[in-house]
Design a protein around this ligand. Structure first.
Ligand code: ADP
Length: 457
């Protein structure tokens, strides 16, 4: 816009300057030609009452003004008469009069710069009875007028440039003000997460109507999303709860039937055992779902207390070993590497234990025996950390964020065979974050995983 205005104003100013100069010069030419035309008539008029050369001097004196120089020569260039202006003032001292008389001038009207002066010069033949063939020269000094015009043009340019600068500044301020709310909107939109949908409403007071409409639509969209998100969480919570209660009953019934059913045939026992395992797994999944929904809804009551991390780690190892004893020699695979004294952290003891069990359990499940699983306890800059190392297949870098998402599995077939729900790591992250901690994962495919839980000491 600034460039376009600059070009437009430059073109207009150039055209106006050129046009004004043309008009001014044309009017000076005309003036000089008029004086030249009158001159011959006046000489003839005076010639009627006095000799021709005297009439010539009289008319020159009469017609001359401060800016006008006149002189008459013969065709051979001999001077017959000249005006007083050529002999006085700056005309003489600057030598411009001498230059005028010396230079060759063609017949007609021309604009000619001499030294720092500018003249409109008219040369015309003068035919008067009693005079030899003479030539009239008239030089009109238009230096001051021309300089005045140049100053005017300069002012025109400066005014134009000033206007463009002002316009550009005004536009910049306006555009900046218009864009400010959009920048805020962009900033808010980039920060919004499912949990903070209600905290990122945009309130605009002074903004153009279109931007206000955009902000209104954005706020409405956030409200609808928040509503949908709340509904989804409520749904997950309700359905897990509604399904878990009857399934727990079924689970209890199956287990007691299996315990007491001495008259069951082998196929019946086998069928009931499969049903019990599946029910068990589904109840476990529903419990995890319910926990997750409660954390999301802020309904999970955490009992934060000072906890000896080493003790909790030992308990978790014992529980994980218990879970895996029937299938592998888990006890001999888990190696604890704990420094002493053990750090104290503020945490919910049972939840922290279940988080650690989940990580150790994953490490045992995803790394084939007899690969060791190392559990390391360390402190660093105000944080207590528990690291669970395994020598399993590892997790590709591009999946490392996603493994913390619900129901995400790196390898479907591998996970099905290991029997995981896909919710374990999601719960781990949610619970650790609810205890003001962090979970991170470092892994290279083929070189195992290192899951680290950090809690403030
Ligand atoms: P799951 O119940 O399927 O184990 P998790 O949330 O615990 O669900 O883990 C998500 C996915 O992350 C798993 O399906 C698995 O692909 C991958 N994973 C988790 N722990 C490990 C590990 N120690 N080694 C390799 N892959 C792992």
């Amino acid at each position: 816009m600034v460039l376009a205005s600059l070009v437009a104003i430059a073109a207009m100013t150039t055209w106006m300057s050129w046009r004004t100069e043309q008009i001014l010069l044309a009017s000076y030419r005309q003036q000089v030609v008029m004086v030249a035309d009158r001159f011959a008539e006046d000489v003839r008029y005076y010639n009627a009452i006095m000799p021709a050369d005297e009439a010539l001097h009289r008319v020159i004196d009469h017609r001359t003004t401060g800016d006008l120089g006149m002189w008459v020569t013969t065709a051979q260039g001999d001077l017959l008469a000249q005006s007083e202006t050529l002999n006085m003032g700056s005309w003489q001292t600057s030598g411009v009069a001498a230059d005028l008389l010396r230079i060759e001038l063609d017949e007609g009207v021309e604009i000619r710069p001499i030294q720092a002066w500018l003249f409109v010069i008219c040369v015309e033949p003068l035919r008067i009875a009693g005079l030899p063939n003479a030539i009239l020269h008239i030089a009109n000094d238009i230096t001051a007028e021309y300089q005045g015009l140049q100053q005017l043009i300069q002012m025109l340019w400066l005014t134009g440039l000033g206007m463009v600068t002002l316009l550009a500044a005004a536009c910049a301020v306006y555009i900046r003000r218009t864009l400010r709310p959009i920048r805020r909107l962009n900033h808010l939109a980039s920060q919004v997460t499912a949990e903070t949908l209600n905290d990122h409403q945009l309130n605009l007071r002074a903004a153009p109507t279109e931007v206000q409409e955009l902000a209104r639509s954005y706020n409405l969209m956030l409200a609808r999303l928040a509503q949908a998100w709340a509904q989804q969480k409520r749904f997950a919570n309700d359905i897990s709860h509604e399904l878990r209660t009857p399934l727990s009953l079924v689970q209890g019934y199956l287990e007691s039937t299996l315990r007491r059913g001495s008259n069951l045939t082998p196929p019946q026992r086998q069928g009931l055992e499969v049903a019990a395992v599946e029910t068990n797994r589904t109840v476990h999944l529903l419990t995890e779902l319910l926990d997750l929904a409660r954390i999301d809804n802020g309904q999970l009551a955490l009992k934060l207390e000072p906890v000896d991390l080493k003790e909790v780690v030992k308990e978790a190892i014992a529980m994980a070993e218990g879970d895996h004893l029937p299938t592998a020699d888990a006890a001999s695979r888990i190696v604890l590497d704990a420094q002493s004294p053990a750090p104290m952290v503020k945490a919910d003891r049972p939840k922290l234990r279940s988080v650690l069990v989940e990580l150790i359990d994953n490490a045992l499940r995803y790394s084939p025996p007899p690969q060791p699983v190392q559990v390391k306890l360390l402190t660093r800059q105000g944080w207590a950390m528990v690291q669970v190392h395994d020598q399993g297949p590892g997790i590709p870098v591009e999946c490392q964020d996603a493994v913390f998402d619900p129901f995400y599995r790196v390898d479907e077939s591998r996970s099905r065979s290991t029997g995981g729900s896909g919710l374990g790591l999601t719960l781990v992250r949610s619970m650790v974050e609810a205890m003001a901690g962090q979970v991170s994962l470092r892994s290279q495919p083929g070189q195992g995983c290192v899951f680290t839980i950090s809690l403030p000491i």
